[in-house]
Design a protein around this ligand. Structure first.
Ligand code: ZN
Length: 337
């Protein structure tokens, strides 16, 4: 089964040609026009997707020597994300499907992330998925390979957003995650005592906006020299990692009370690139004998390979729906419908 998939939910324009479980071609164009604004500008993102989609499609088809007519079906991210960007990508892909009279499968971007580790791992169930991206911070429970249930999520900023906003406050460039990780290596992680929102709350939810407010106060009170930036980056990263570990630990305890004994955990999304967060989480879960999975590198940040994989993996459960309306807000519904 050969699928052509697109991903355009935010500022990455990506296309993948996947045959069964093999990535034949995959290209991710990261839009750099947003850097000078310190965040993604939706209108610019849509325009850039429009410019790039045809160019990347031609390039990949030429490179692979695959004809459009050989493609069995098409799939595209239809939400959640920036609505203009979603419309550009899904309409482009639908037009190809329509012109070739092939099925079009709408895919939920979050489902793409959640299922990304099943591409390269034999998942042990019951399974937890920790989704850490620029737009979302969520914990999902998968008791089997068909059912995804949202357990908790951030009540305000997403984790990637918290990294970007903190980086901006202390004068680091966008995207902030890498910059904070780099500067944290030369800082003292115990230098600043940052708040730990929802610490005593018995829920699966996260909150990060209080940390950002605290950082803002520290920025106003201090000189932004190298020591300050490094110490703050290290303290921020440590706090975020502690919040994640404590939340996962709490989730495991709560689930055990319901007789659900988690065997493995996937960390997906762009923030799963952060080595410090990964290491601390692995150290904790090794003690609980819980396996930790990560996606292959090209499925970590936003990409069309995970969209292709989600559509191939669950092809039989998916509906051919050329009239599916993309939506900026979209949840994963049970059993992938
Ligand atoms: Zn994403």
């Amino acid at each position: 089964m050969l699928v052509f998939s697109t991903e355009t939910s935010c500022d990455e324009t990506s296309i993948c040609l996947m045959k069964d479980r093999e990535i034949l071609e995959h290209f991710v164009f990261s839009q750099d026009i947003h850097a000078k604004f310190g965040g993604v500008v939706p209108e610019l993102a849509s325009r850039s997707h429009l410019e790039k989609l045809q160019e990347i499609t031609r390039f990949l088809l030429n490179k692979s020597k695959i004809k459009l007519s050989e493609i069995d079906f098409f799939s595209a991210t239809c939400g959640p994300g920036l609505i203009g960007s979603l419309l550009v990508g899904s309409t482009f892909t639908k037009a190809l499907a329509l012109s070739l009279r092939k099925p079009f499968i709408p895919i939920n971007h979050l489902e793409g992330h959640v299922l990304s580790t099943s591409y390269n791992n034999n998942i042990l169930y019951p399974h937890l998925v920790l989704l850490l991206t620029g737009g979302h911070t969520q914990i999902y429970l998968m008791e089997n390979d068909k059912k995804i249930v949202l357990l908790g999520e951030t009540l305000d900023d997403a984790i990637g957003e918290a990294f970007d906003k903190t980086a901006k406050l202390i004068g680091l460039s966008y995207p902030g995650g890498l910059e904070i990780e780099k500067n944290a290596r030369n800082g003292d992680e115990n230098f600043f005592n940052l708040p730990h929102p929802l610490k005593h709350e018995d829920s699966f939810n996260f909150s990060f906006s209080g940390i950002k407010t605290h950082v803002n106060i520290l920025v106003k009170k201090n000189v932004l020299d190298k020591d300050f930036i490094c110490n703050l980056s290290a303290s921020f990263q440590k706090t975020i990692s502690k919040i994640i570990n404590e939340k996962i630990k709490k989730s495991l305890i709560k689930l055990e009370q319901d007789n659900i004994f988690i065997k493995s955990l996937s960390v997906v999304g762009g923030v799963s690139n952060n080595k410090y967060i990964k290491e601390k989480l692995e150290n904790m879960l090794t003690l609980d004998k819980i396996e930790v999975y990560y996606p292959i590198e090209e499925m970590m940040s936003d990409n069309a390979a995970m969209i292709a994989w989600a559509s191939i993996r669950n092809f039989n459960d998916k509906k051919n729906d050329l009239f599916f309306k993309p939506s900026a807000r979209m949840e994963i519904k049970n059993n992938f419908t």
